[in-house]
Design a protein around this ligand. Sequence first.
Ligand SMILES: NC(=O)c1ccc[n+]([C@@H]2O[C@H](COP(=O)([O-])OP(=O)(O)OC[C@H]3O[C@@H](n4cnc5c(N)ncnc54)[C@H](O)[C@@H]3O)[C@@H](O)[C@H]2O)c1
Ligand SMILES: O=C(O)[C@H](O)COP(=O)(O)O
Length: 612
Amino acid sequence: MAAPPATTATTHHRALLPPTRTHAAATHSALRLPLRAHPHAHAQRARLTAAAAPAPAASTASLESSAAGKPTVLVAEKLGAAGLALLREFANVDCSYGLSPEDLRAKISLCDALIVRSGTKVGRDVFEASGGRLRVVGRAGVGIDNVDLAAATEHGCLVVNAPTANTVAAAEHGIALLTAMAWNIAQADASLKAGKWQRNKYVGVSLVGKTLAILGFGKVGSEVARRAKGLGMHVIAHDPYASADRARAIGVELVSMEEAMTTADFISLHMPLTPATNKMLNDEAFAKMKYGVRIINVARGGVIDEDALVRALDSGIVAQAALDVFTKEPPAPDNKLVLHVNVTVTPHLGASTVEAQEGVAIEIAEAVIGALKGELAASAVNAPMVPAEVLSELAPFVVLAEKLGHLAVQLVAGGGGIKSVKVTYASARAPDDLDTRLLRAMITKGLIEPISSVFVNLVNADFTAKQRGVRITEERIILDGSPETPIDYIQVQIANVKSKFPSAISETGEITVEGRVKDGVPHLTKVGAFQVDVSLEGSLILCRQVDQPGMIGSVGSVLGEENINVSFMSVGRIAPRKHAVMAIGVDEEPSKVTLRKIGEIPAIEEFVFLKL
Ligand SMILES: NC(=O)c1ccc[n+]([C@@H]2O[C@H](COP(=O)([O-])OP(=O)(O)OC[C@H]3O[C@@H](n4cnc5c(N)ncnc54)[C@H](O)[C@@H]3O)[C@@H](O)[C@H]2O)c1
Ligand SMILES: O=C(O)[C@H](O)COP(=O)(O)O
């Protein structure tokens, strides 16, 4: 992992993703908004580039010869030429297909991003071996069951996928398997090629009027449903999370698992493989099914207990199965399902059309490039997806959030021992109209990075806070007024700590800093009980003083002696001639001598220098 920032040395707001050691541009990039052109423009450009690009060789670039200054992307499985061309415009691309787990671990510490399909296991060992450099894993496809998401999150590595480009391919393949199975196409083809003419043996079953139960009514499931309705089938679906309205719109009834199991003539699987769906079709489920049911699986092998399916086929409960996916891929040569006479198989071809592979390659290349640039990925799997318009609106508040976190932690005496942080957002927006996950992550980043060696980003912010025992709670104050501006102010409070600037402790006992965005610029507007108003740029001196004439001049002339430019100055007082807090924004960092001189000014009771 790269060296931690010095306690008081974060000046630029870094990208949401941790910096790479080789990609200087990304290291210094500020929070970037997704500056995406219209998707068609990307596709067009990609296709044009692809036409000119040479076909990828098995290993086209050596990591050792990577040009400095560009990130390195390891493509570990075959990716379409259009995607590779996009990647090459931005990064050093190493296409090394078929790496052993050892070779992958050996290479990964030299890579900023890794792109895989379903054939590469990206386990905890890979993240550990990366030494903190791997920032993005791109899954060129939908299923991310081959990526250890918990390990990725813990390592602050963003996982993105290509969720849409192969939907139609998978649906078409599902329908192809359904019809091929019903018509015994594969078996009849093999028989004829073996010189036989078995017209009586290969009598199929018709599809029209039959009930098809779709389990998992997501992107692929709903496309299969549309097509099956075109074949005259009665389509029902089970999906605990799907919208009944969406199902109704395409003439599909959402039903319970029980009803799907007991009434279907055909069952087609389209859910992800998760702990909840693992071996979902097991002995118990098969026992409930109609005798002679037919099963299609283009989802994941693991959702079926394969031994139970063999038993159900042998007993006749399941008349036929058509499988594109297997628990272990490739399956062993003696796999009973693959060899079963009533089973039609394909070697995980559901995404393997020319069109789908080109689309997936472009989709994943754009997602990985965007993520490496520090943009928030729309297809992030282990981080909140923040729509571009929301992000653009929140951008100045994101900067404010990180700076408030960074200021608050610098006010803690000793810089550690933080257990409880309360963040308050005051806004005229309804709570469900304000997504604060990004702001919370940036406050966490501001709080934790200065006191640890961890790079905090949107991916690992909550995990990092939890791991360090920091409890961050959020509160909303609903204001009257126009919801035009998303947030009026943000307040960050750290409880149960002492402050090196005791005036920062509010009446209720917490270190308190509050800020607003004014004309797009973040401002500090409150410290402890004192109202101030200073733009959060450069560095900041906070002084508590007796409120009396000449104080601004005294401090200003000490700074002037060292040619320190004052950008902002603001005095907040509780009552005239009592105590006041002066906030002074400075462009340069004053020397220790100058800071000491400020402290020696009579009437200055306490002061602190803070980097923003
Ligand atoms: N064979 C292939 O080459 C191929 C190609 C594309 C997708 N896939 C696989 O197909 C599956 C679906 O992909 P998608 O793009 O439609 O994903 P998706 O996320 O759009 O849809 C999955 C659906 O499954 C539902 N679901 C989750 N748990 C469920 C449960 N316990 N019971 C029923 N439904 C449940 C979800 O609510 C969701 O609607 C994935 O497993 C994906 O990996 C395979
Ligand atoms: O989940 C997916 O996208 C499909 O299973 C495709 O996997 P593949 O990229 O390995 O073909």
